[in-house]
Ligand binder design. Structure first.
Ligand SMILES: [Ca+2]
Ligand SMILES: [Ca+2]
Ligand SMILES: [Ca+2]
Ligand SMILES: [Ca+2]
Length: 265
């Protein structure tokens, strides 16, 4: 095999290897990750293992708050009607008004990345089943799913209702009891924007749910208490590693040497 052909083959193999080998970057907020560095900012960026995530608090005027050990929240005190009068609310994503219905707008967070990849997992904390707390996840292509606690369908089933009775787009549950949604596997390009928005199920959609006398202790609350974003996992194609480039350069050197020797008298 000619050296040029060998080098071309090596480069192709290297490229295929990079394409098929995704690198997972895990962004964490709170005690296990970023904490007390985003508070008070409306926009921020966080870099983990060479991947930069850009974050924007919503609605407009709201601020990021990463002071709680359990994860990231939104401070909406500057907005009319916001519930964020207590420190606990300021460190959570919650609804803006003091009413428990689906017409209440929720605090939100939009995010994107500086390179293409795959959104794999979203990690939440404090998503409560009894009060039908959820996060709307809107993908860059405009589709939306509604993410509930892993026990929500079970709670609704007890009283003859189902997730699909709720007037929300594409309701699903977290697979895990710690409010994490795994295996999302959405492929994105650099700069494409995702958003999550906190919300609560409208009890009007499931009449009798809240006041059902059969299990009164299960449903003591009429209003949710918000939740936090613990983090997320994305997979990206890594930049060619310096070591791999060195290997290629070494190959060039090894390949050139025989020609040099052969040219000697
Ligand atoms: Ca809040
Ligand atoms: Ca939960
Ligand atoms: Ca969790
Ligand atoms: Ca909650």
């Amino acid at each position: 095999m000619k050296f040029s052909h060998f080098l071309t083959s090596l480069l192709v193999l290297f490229g295929v290897s990079c394409e098929s080998r995704l690198f997972a970057a895990t962004f964490l907020f709170g005690s296990d990750g970023v904490r007390n560095t985003l508070v008070g900012l409306s926009d921020a960026s966080v870099t983990v293992d060479g991947v930069t995530m850009s974050l924007t608090a919503g609605p407009s005027g709201a601020l990021l708050d990463d002071t709680d050990s359990q994860g990231l929240g939104i401070d909406a005190r500057s907005l009319p009607g916001a519930l964020d009068s207590t420190s606990g609310d300021r460190t959570k994503l919650n609804i803006l008004e003091g009413t428990n219905n689906s017409t209440s707008s929720g605090e939100s967070l939009s995010f994107s990345f500086n390179k293409a990849g795959v959104l794999q997992d979203l990690l939440f904390d404090g998503v409560k089943d009894e009060t039908l707390e959820y996060f709307l996840l809107t993908f860059p292509n405009g589709t939306t799913v509604t993410i509930f606690d892993s026990q929500t369908e079970y709670r609704l089933d007890l009283q003859g209702f189902h997730l699909t009775d709720l007037s929300v787009p594409s309701p699903i549950e977290c697979q895990l009891e710690d409010d994490d949604l795994t295996g999302i596997n959405y492929t994105f390009q650099a700069g494409e924007i995702f958003s999550i928005t906190y919300g609560e199920g409208n009890f009007g959609d499931v009449p009798g749910y809240r006041t059902n006398p059969n299990v009164p202790l299960q449903f003591p609350n009429s209003l949710g208490n918000g939740a936090r974003l613990q983090g997320m996992v994305v997979a990206t194609v890594p930049e060619p590693a310096a070591s791999a480039i060195i290997v290629l350069l070494a190959c060039i050197g090894v390949g050139a040497r025989p020609n040099y020797r052969n040219s000697r008298p």
